[in-house]
Design a protein around this ligand. Structure first.
Ligand SMILES: Nc1nc2c(c(=O)[nH]1)N[C@H]1C(S)=C(S)[C@@H](COP(=O)(O)O)O[C@H]1N2
Ligand SMILES: [Mo]
Length: 511
């Protein structure tokens, strides 16, 4: 009954029909504020990758890891669609079965994502339906049942397959998927713009502004990292769609009076502004997943006082709009440090990528245990009640920042001219403070670097050292001493489970 289609053509039909399935899924989600099926599957994948794979992805692709993952999913989908098409020369069943299986994966992922809407479920179903029908049609097998009765064999081609009609249908399905894809992209863009448009243009005033160091001390690294240069690390393939008018921050759990605060409630409260260095536990020695910003927000201790802390509470456990979680010891929120629910970053409302409408910032802790972006809930509980996202994935429950220093100048691979040269870098030991930075050239003695002004223990300090560079290959090594007297250890430790240690070294040629 069914006609035999040449393998190449069957593969091509699989490809265009697969593309239609995916882009139809994308268009439905893009215009309804849900994550695309690809991002939903990618998100579920991210939640399940073993620690070594996550570490490998970050160290190989850095902040492009999300793009690489998306691309990987698209390539896998394309290959499977081509293969399923090629396997459907005799009949469409293999392709349809594979498409239904992928829709099932999409459904399971949708069920797995806390941000899913009804459309997250509908999208893979409708996409798979469209893809299957498109495949059957391109293969010339779509015969209306009423015509089936009358004309059982309508094919005129020798193999019972009409090549011209095939190319026409394939072209049409291809053009349709390109159009759907473009419209879906526009929808994604609109969704991002809508998120951006919700951000207030300005921040409310604060009584006391944060202390900062002026520029010009460090030749390449500004003391305050601009928002568009601030590193971004999170598990979110697409930003959770937060409607700021409906958004609430709840503070509950082991408290006497649970709070539910709107964005305006936060803006109307007493706020502080502080310079705090944020650092990722995945930052390798010498890495760039560290940044220094002026954060504005409400002191967490004030909010907890208002809610009334139950004496049995142990952990400040927070959750984001996209279901990410983390937790840190309650003492840290109440030991006088400037742990805050931040709404501002460097003079603007929080950028979407950095957690709009609100996030936590806790001086002295790595981001993975403390710095929840797109914050929706702070629950006080006991350690045995809940574990933060990264803890069951092999990372330490506690994440105090380790004292570290980094060489920025010379840059990696920079050719240095002989003569006077200014070495430069940064050092951080949040909430302890950097007391000293020493630099060693080759096997020479440790020399004290000059430090930028000490405005707060919660932020990094920049360092410089003038040196008369001599021709040849040289290696510079840096180490910091914090205000507790601890000298940064030379012993190298990997980023997992609780942060890298070791001295940063850079080898370069002076000519
Ligand atoms: N919602 C959410 N918040 C999150 C994360 C995340 O994956 N999801 N990652 C954390 C980690 S590991 C770090 S290091 C900081 C990074 O904040 P940034 O992207 O603003 O630099 O955010 C933290 N907050
Ligand atoms: Mo992190």
């Amino acid at each position: 009954m069914n006609t035999l289609v040449p393998r190449r053509h069957a593969a091509l039909a699989g490809f265009v029909a697969g593309a239609l399935a995916v882009t139809v899924g994308m268009i439905l989600t893009a215009w309804s504020d849900a994550a695309s099926p690809i991002d939903a599957v990618g998100g579920s994948f991210v939640d399940r990758v073993p620690r070594w794979l996550k570490e490998w992805a970050i160290s190989t692709f850095g902040e492009n890891d999300k793009t690489v993952l998306r691309l990987g999913i698209v390539v896998v989908l394309a290959l499977v669609a081509i293969g399923a098409g090629a396997a459907s020369r005799h009949g469409s069943q293999p392709f349809v079965v594979v498409t239904v299986a992928f829709a099932a994966v999409g459904l399971v992922s949708a069920a797995d994502r806390p941000t899913s809407t009804a459309m997250s479920y509908l999208a893979p179903i409708v996409g798979a339906g469209c893809g299957s029908v498109a495949f059957v049609a391109t293969m010339g097998r779509l015969r209306p049942w009423w015509r089936d009765q009358v004309v059982p064999h309508e094919s005129k081609a020798p193999l019972g397959w009409d090549r011209r009609r095939f190319l026409r249908t394939t072209g049409a399905v291809g053009a349709l998927s390109v159009t759907t894809g473009v419209v879906a992209r526009l929808g994604e863009r609109r969704r991002r713009d809508d998120l951006e448009a919700q951000r207030p243009a300005s921040l409310p005033e604060v009584a006391e502004t944060a202390d900062v160091v002026g520029d010009g001390f460090h030749p390449t690294e500004p003391y305050i990292t601009p928002n568009d240069r601030f590193y971004r690390i999170d598990t979110a393939l697409s930003f959770p769609f937060v409607n700021v008018n409906k958004w609430r921050l709840t503070i509950d759990g082991l408290v006497e009076r649970p709070l539910s605060l709107s964005y305006d409630d936060l803006r109307d409260r007493a706020r502080i502004e502080r310079t705090i260095t944020l650092c990722c536990v995945s930052n390798e020695v010498g890495g760039k997943y560290v940044g220094n910003a002026v954060w504005q927000g409400v002191l967490l201790a004030d909010l907890l006082d208002e809610a009334g802390v139950d004496p049995t509470a142990e952990q400040v456990f927070s959750t984001s709009a996209d279901g990410w979680t983390c937790g840190f010891p309650l003492e840290i929120a109440r030991d006088g440090r400037d742990a805050m629910v931040a709404i501002g970053m460097n003079g603007t409302s929080l950028p979407t990528a950095h957690g709009f409408p609100a996030r936590l910032v806790v001086p002295g802790l790595y981001g993975y245990v403390s710095a929840t972006k797109w914050l929706t809930d702070i629950t006080l509980n006991r350690w045995s009640d809940a574990e933060g996202y990264w803890v069951p994935r092999g990372w330490s429950r506690l994440g105090p920042v380790k004292t570290q220093s980094r060489i920025d100048v010379p840059r990696r691979g920079e050719e240095v001219a002989a003569g006077p040269f200014r070495l430069a870098g940064v050092a951080w030991a949040q909430h302890t403070g950097v007391a000293r930075v020493e630099v060693r050239i080759d096997d020479g003695p440790w020399q004290d670097a000059t430090l930028s002004d000490d405005v707060t223990d919660d932020a990094w300090r920049q360092w410089i050292l003038d040196w008369d560079a001599s021709v040849g290959e040289h290696t510079v090594t840096v180490r910091a001493t914090d205000k507790s007297g601890y000298v940064q250890t030379e012993e190298a430790a990997p980023v997992a489970p609780d942060g890298a240690t070791g001295w940063h070294r850079r080898t370069f040629v002076v000519s």
